[in-house]
Design a binder for this molecule. Structure first.
Ligand code: NAD
Ligand code: DAU
Length: 353
């Protein structure tokens, strides 16, 4: 790898991944971050990297759907690897307005694949790693796990758009021979996550004394993984993964939403010096998310056994780090919550809270 194009590098996981890449010792590859800068992005996340590595880090504000610009960037930076994070990522938004999800997640991925196919047919091979989600597998009952052979059964516009993009990636491998890999990951948490997602939303609401909206009965289960461990897993696949393969990545760390929020109240209280009951009193059961998937749980034996990956951050440590990060980044929170996001939340959540 000499030149890595990361899509969606100004979002939550993309930012963490680029920071991870620049923490790796003895590397001299170039990283090109291609991001359209939607409401979920913050280019300032990587300002220090930009200053520290002016000859190795480059930012291009480009929509992945713009194939001509993508081809120009591939040529300009002689890109040999693409790690594709860019997506519309929030399930609730996909329910209110699915169109951007189809455009970016389906058409955007298709457009990237077409760009790579053109280069491939001209004799230039670009490795493509596609980031997907456990939501493509659908919803589990109280037992069982998603494996790499679990049939796809997406149930929200978001997960359907991600499933469509996964199918396209596999189709381009099978049909044209493009060198692809796919990873399918469970819920991430950690620094830089946009505060519409459960954990950062709850932290900010606690700090502001606002209700903590729990959908339905609060017994939906998610499998939480610290974002750093997602980055190490993607790196393991890039360096040791087998072309054409799909790898599940998970936290092996299932929590019912209500239990998680109660625990989070305690972690926040331990840092603000408040009594956790002050935060727990804010818990507010609200109308359920339509089609709310009940349980996700990942079996990640394949990546563990074949690539030697494992999680390195336990939940207690990861949540502690995450809460500390948000408490010391209140300005960041205010910045990303300004503008479009605030208007959207007012329209879509305002009345419900
Ligand atoms: P995010 O919403 O925080 O960031 C997405 C980034 O993509 C933003 O910077 C946005 O500006 C950019 N983007 C969106 N549309 C674009 C376009 N058309 N062209 C260029 N850039 C565009 O998302 P995230 O949580 O960091 O998720 C990243 C990837 O990981 C997504 O593919 C998501 O499906 C997947 N994933 C997320 C999780 C999770 O828990 N967050 C878990 C598993 C998989
Ligand atoms: O599983 C991987 C997926 O995890 C990723 O593909 C998505 O990009 C990511 O957004 C996430 O999807 P979820 O829908 O699981 O995450 P979210 O943070 O929106 O919600 C987590 C759980 O908490 C879910 O059961 C819904 C519930 N919830 C969420 C919010 C925002 C609430 O009860 N109240 C809330 O206000």
């Amino acid at each position: 790898m000499k030149s890595i194009l990361v899509t969606g590098g100004c979002g939550f996981i993309g930012t963490n991944f680029i920071r991870f890449l620049f923490d790796l010792p003895d590397k001299d590859f170039v990283v090109v971050n291609v991001d359209k800068l939607t409401y979920a992005a913050n280019p300032e996340n990587l300002e220090d990297i930009q200053n520290q590595f002016p000859n190795r880090y480059f930012f291009e504000k480009v929509d992945i759907c713009d194939q001509i610009k993508i081809l120009e960037i591939i040529e300009k930076y002689e890109v040999d690897t693409i790690v594709h994070f860019a997506a519309e990522s929030h399930v609730d938004r996909s329910i209110v307005g699915p169109s951007d999800f189809i455009q970016t997640n389906v058409f955007g991925t298709f457009s990237l694949l077409e760009a790579i196919r053109k280069k491939f047919e001209a004799g230039i091979e670009i490795r493509f790693h596609h980031i997907s989600t456990d939501e493509v597998y659908g919803s589990l009952g109280p037992i069982g796990y998603f494996t790499e052979t679990t049939p796809y059964q997406p149930r929200s516009p978001y997960s359907a758009s991600k499933a469509a993009s996964d199918h396209l990636v596999r189709a381009y491998h099978n049909t044209y021979g493009l060198p692809v890999t796919i990873s399918i990951c469970s819920n991430n948490y950690g620094p830089y996550q946009f505060p519409e997602k459960l954990i950062p939303l709850m932290i900010i609401n606690m700090l502001e004394g606002k209700p903590l909206p729990i959908y339905g009965d609060g017994k939906n289960v998610r499998d939480w993984l610290f974002v750093y461990d997602h980055c190490t897993a993607v790196w393991a696949i890039l360096t040791k993964g087998k072309i054409g393969e799909t790898y599940n990545i998970g936290g092996e760390n299932e929590w019912e939403n209500i239990r998680l929020i109660e625990y989070l109240c305690e972690v926040v209280a331990s840092k603000t010096g408040e009594n956790s009951s002050k935060y727990k009193k804010l818990i507010n059961f609200v109308k359920d998310r339509p089609g709310h998937d009940r349980r996700y749980a990942i079996n990640c034996d394949k990546i563990k056994n074949e690539l030697g990956w494992s999680q390195s951050v336990d939940f207690e440590t990861g949540l502690d780090l995450t809460v500390s990060w948000y408490l010391s980044h209140l300005e960041w929170l205010n910045k990303v919550r300004s503008g479009e996001y605030l208007r959207w939340i007012e329209i879509n959540y305002g009345r419900r809270l």
